[in-house]
Design a protein around this ligand. Structure first.
Ligand SMILES: [Zn+2]
Length: 304
């Protein structure tokens, strides 16, 4: 990453206040908390166009240093992601059921869309990272996957019964305009489901700067239940139906556990490395440090 291209973030994306306190610094990045609304964000950072070029290239999805950036091998863990999304889909089904149209924004290799399709949804996806969008197209023949930003996607506004954002909002340079664009895709009365990490969770507080979600070049924001609700309700005009950490877990491989444990302490990684031989095993891990929210877009009859 080119440190000379980093730009200072002058003010909070949620409330516009410039006052903030620094939680910690890992050069060249500082993690700060807005003094007014409490939003936690990273400054300085790469400008939006450079982010796409420098962070979300092919090596993001098969990274040599996944603790710092990206995934060890995203496509190879297909089975784990699909099984994780089947569990999360139970949450989605509490609020929205097929038939209908779903748009997955930041769809990566299309693993959630694969689950949605087997569930009976008509599917579409948006993915700014070109190499993984190509993988999604291969995985899901006949499904329209737009390569680019949501704001540029050719889909008709208010045409989706369900819009999903899995681990996406924390990556977006401007979460307010992003959520408004996502909300604009939802039919009146339709549902938006979003997942992101919870900076106020017990696990995040215990680990402090060693929390696995502090990946400063890519995780630009860290929401809490309070700041996420403000984003969804006040800024995007959605009604929050539920917000929970119950469905925030994921099925992971033993190698993933060893790699992430190494972030807490290198000795843990070494101790757990024999697990990596257990190729077919999967663990369902929920650290309760993620938030999954379901929201309804106002309108669409029902006397509102
Ligand atoms: Zn703020």
């Amino acid at each position: 990453m080119r440190a000379d291209r980093l730009e200072e973030v002058p003010s909070c994306a949620l409330c516009g206040t410039g006052e903030r306190s620094t939680l910690f610094t890992e050069e060249p990045f500082s993690v700060v908390r807005c003094s007014n609304c409490g939003l936690v964000y990273v400054t300085p950072r790469l400008p939006p166009g450079v982010l796409l070029e420098e962070i979300y290239d092919e090596s993001y999805w098969k990274s040599d240093s996944p603790k710092v950036r990206g995934y060890a091998d995203y496509s190879a863990e297909r089975d784990f992601y699909v099984r994780t999304f089947r569990i999360r889909n139970r949450f989605v089904r509490s609020f929205a059921s097929p038939p209908g149209k779903v748009l997955d924004v930041g769809c990566a290799a299309g693993f959630f869309l694969a689950v949605a399709r087997e569930d009976g949804w008509e599917c579409a996806g948006v993915e700014p990272s070109a190499p993984i969008a190509e993988t999604a197209r291969k995985n899901l023949p006949g499904v329209e996957i737009f390569t680019g930003l949501l704001e540029d996607a050719p889909f008709e506004k208010e045409s989706f019964d369900l819009v999903t954002l899995w681990d996406v909002v924390e990556h977006t340079p401007d979460p307010v305009s992003f959520l408004r664009a996502a909300s604009a895709m939802v039919k009146p009365g339709g549902v938006l489901v979003l997942e992101t990490q919870n900076v106020d969770s017990l696990f995040a507080r215990i680990l402090g700067r060693k929390w696995q979600h502090y990946k400063h070049a890519e995780h630009l924001y860290h929401f809490s239940p309070h700041t996420l609700r403000r984003l969804l309700e006040k800024e995007a005009g959605l009604a929050v139906l539920a917000m929970t950490s119950r469905y925030g877990g994921k099925l992971v491989s033993p190698a993933f556990v060893a790699e992430r444990a190494g972030r807490i302490h290198p000795v843990l990684s070494g101790l757990l490395s024999p697990l990596s031989a257990m190729k077919r095993t999967a663990f369902y891990i929920n650290l309760f440090d993620e938030l999954v929210a379901a929201c309804r877009k106002p309108g669409g009859g029902g006397g509102e």
